[in-house]
Design a protein around this ligand. Structure first.
Ligand code: NAD
Length: 256
């Protein structure tokens, strides 16, 4: 039996990058997918449908309460439920650097999308999950919620630490209501988000030396973790951080 058979999953930022690959994988496992994004997600929906899956797109901004009301309403009216909330949308902005140079506007925009966006998703999905007595939440943080880097993106790192802490608290609050919440902490995967940041060989190699496995991750390898957290296979797991990073956070010295 498919691992998410009949479940309804909202995935934010599902028009591209990691979210889109996860959307395809979740759909392959039997979930109806609400593709939610600021940019047009119709091609993601078409790709899911041509592979035999079920999906619908809604334009939404994760920082907007009105958008979230619409997204949860749309999931209910289109597919009849909200079983999984996959808070994937996130940004790493160009001028995000060290604490001295990072403009406060960059900090505020990053926190708005990466932290408030996750909180709002929970705010509007949880009441529905409480009503139905079950639900799972997967919040995308990052390995930088666990480790510091001397090539900083201070706002991004702070935002992902907040996602991790918030996820733990949500997990504890709702543990007896049938709702589980876990954080997914990917290492570097070559999506548009990372490609914009590591835009030359020197920068890419500076990262690669810290990855014991010697390569960037593949989007499918992150989606596999999300699938595990979203499905009943992780039924006794809540408030945790699942790190998928090629060994980065395990390493003190990496292999030659
Ligand atoms: P991406 O830039 O390729 O995709 C992000 C998606 O989010 C885009 O489709 C974008 O349109 C959407 N989005 C941005 N702002 C939005 C908003 N306000 N409302 C709705 N949608 C919005 O990025 P990605 O690499 O696929 O990253 C996905 C998640 O994984 C992010 O939370 C990111 O921080 C996290 N992450 C990525 C990596 C990596 O190496 N790629 C590593 C760790 C964590």
């Amino acid at each position: 039996m498919a691992r998410l058979s009949g479940k309804v999953t909202i995935i934010t930022g599902a028009a591209g990058g990691l979210g889109r690959v996860a959307a395809l994988q979740f759909a392959r496992e039997g979930s109806h997918i609400v593709v939610s994004d600021l940019i047009d997600g119709q091609s993601a929906v078409d790709e899911i449908k041509s592979a035999g899956g079920s999906a619908a797109y809604i334009h939404a901004d994760v920082t907007s309460e009105d958008s979230w009301k619409e997204v949860v309403g749309f999931a209910n009216s289109t597919f009849g439920s909200v079983d999984v909330l996959y808070n994937n949308a996130g940004v790493m902005l160009g001028e995000d650097d060290n604490p001295v140079t990072t403009p406060m506007s960059v900090y505020e925009r990053t926190m708005d999308i990466n932290v408030k966006g996750v909180l709002l998703g929970c705010k509007y999905a949880i009441p529905h999950m409480i009503e139905q007595g079950k639900g799972t939440i997967v919040n995308v943080a990052s390995f930088v919620a666990h480790m510091g880097a001397a090539t900083p993106q201070i706002a991004y790192t702070a935002s992902k630490g907040a996602v991790l802490a918030m996820t733990r608290e949500i997990a504890v609050i709702y543990a007896r209501k049938g709702i589980r919440a876990n954080a997914l902490c990917p290492g570097p995967v070559m999506t548009p988000l990372l490609a914009a940041f590591l835009d030359n060989d020197a920068k890419r190699n500076r990262r690669l030396v810290h990855i014991p496995m010697g390569r960037f991750g593949e989007p499918e390898e992150i989606a596999n973790g999300a699938l595990f957290l979203a499905s009943d296979e992780s039924s006794w797991m809540t408030g945790q951080s699942l790190i998928i990073d090629g060994g980065i956070t395990a390493a003190y010295v990496t292999p030659e």
